[in-house]
Design a protein around this ligand. Structure first.
Ligand SMILES: NC(=O)c1ccc[n+]([C@@H]2O[C@H](COP(=O)([O-])OP(=O)(O)OC[C@H]3O[C@@H](n4cnc5c(N)ncnc54)[C@H](O)[C@@H]3O)[C@@H](O)[C@H]2O)c1
Length: 271
């Protein structure tokens, strides 16, 4: 049986993903800072709940240990917990709130991946989907710090996916536009009034689960209302002039030759 761990599984996209994973026959571990919310979802889907603060490395390790202890292993991880909001303008930037947002949105994915990998390796591979955002690949003037955190997730995924794929671990990112969840903090009516369509948590969760099952390593899939999910095609960047195709810079740690280096000569631009 597939065993799945979902951080931020107590609400919104994470809760919807827990329902879909359970419906497809997976054993689901619902991990959330809000244990009551995690318990409610776990009870609904016949899974287990664990209190997890994704900003804390040990808490991530405990969540993974709980999945292995309760269900015998771990195959799928949705690193989905996230927070938004906080600054009406750049001049309102509060350093404490900034640290909180980067801790949840960036550290939470880094520590979650760090904790999950040994368990996935013990199963001979698996899949990890990190919930980034459209804000991670598109400028977001109204929420630059949130955009910063999600861009970090996108680049972590793009950088880590090739070596992990060689170990049978598929790592991908989910990049949704606006989704009607509690994260929007009462803004849903304003979107409605403005005639701006929102995604549902269920629509986004379905893409996350599909990515976990079939996603290409390193893909960053854009989800927008009324459109098919689209793996975003990043444009190639220039390498050093005069260096031949396929010549990679030296690295401190061995990198498999089949893995493209970000500093390698550019691929043909695709977007
Ligand atoms: N709602 C949107 O418009 C939108 C758009 C793009 C991306 N996202 C991303 O989707 C993900 C899920 O968000 P959502 O919209 O379902 O929001 P949500 O608020 O409904 O759910 C977020 C969950 O994360 C949990 N959480 C917060 N801090 C945590 C921590 N330190 N440790 C563990 N859990 C913690 C919360 O308790 C909550 O259950 C987030 O990463 C968010 O940034 C949301």
């Amino acid at each position: 049986m597939t065993v799945a761990l979902v951080t931020g599984g107590g609400s919104g996209i994470g809760a919807a993903a827990c329902r879909l994973l359970a419906a497809s026959g997976a054993a689901v571990v619902v991990a959330d800072l809000d244990l009551d919310a995690a318990r409610a979802v776990a009870e609904e889907v016949g899974g287990t709940a664990v209190r997890c603060d994704v900003t804390d490395p040990a808490s991530n390790e405990q969540a993974v240990a709980s999945a292995e202890a309760e269900h015998g292993g771990l195959d799928v991880v949705l690193l989905n917990a996230g927070v938004a909001g906080g600054f009406a303008s750049w001049d309102d930037l509060d350093p404490v709130r900034y640290r909180q947002m980067t801790a949840v949105n960036v550290d939470g994915v880094v520590f979650g991946l760090r904790a999950a990998l040994p368990a996935l390796r013990r199963r001979g591979g698996g899949a990890v989907v990190a919930t980034a955002s459209l804000a991670g690949i598109s400028p977001s003037p109204s929420s630059p710090v949130y955009a910063l955190t999600k861009a970090a997730v996108v680049q972590l995924v793009r950088s880590m996916a090739p070596p992990l794929a060689l170990e049978g671990v598929r790592l991908a990112a989910l990049c949704p536009g606006f989704v009607a969840t509690p994260l929007l903090d009462g803004m849903v009516e304003r979107f409605d009034e403005a005639g701006f369509p929102l995604l549902t948590a269920e629509e986004v969760a379905a893409v996350a689960v599909d990515l976990a099952e079939h996603g290409d390593p390193g893909s960053c899939v854009v989800v927008q209302p009324g459109r098919e999910p689209l793996p975003y095609a990043f444009r190639g960047v220039p390498g050093p002039r005069g260096v031949g195709q396929g010549v990679l810079p030296p690295t401190r740690t061995p990198v498999p030759t089949t893995v493209a280096s970000p500093a390698a000569p550019p691929a043909t631009p695709t977007a």
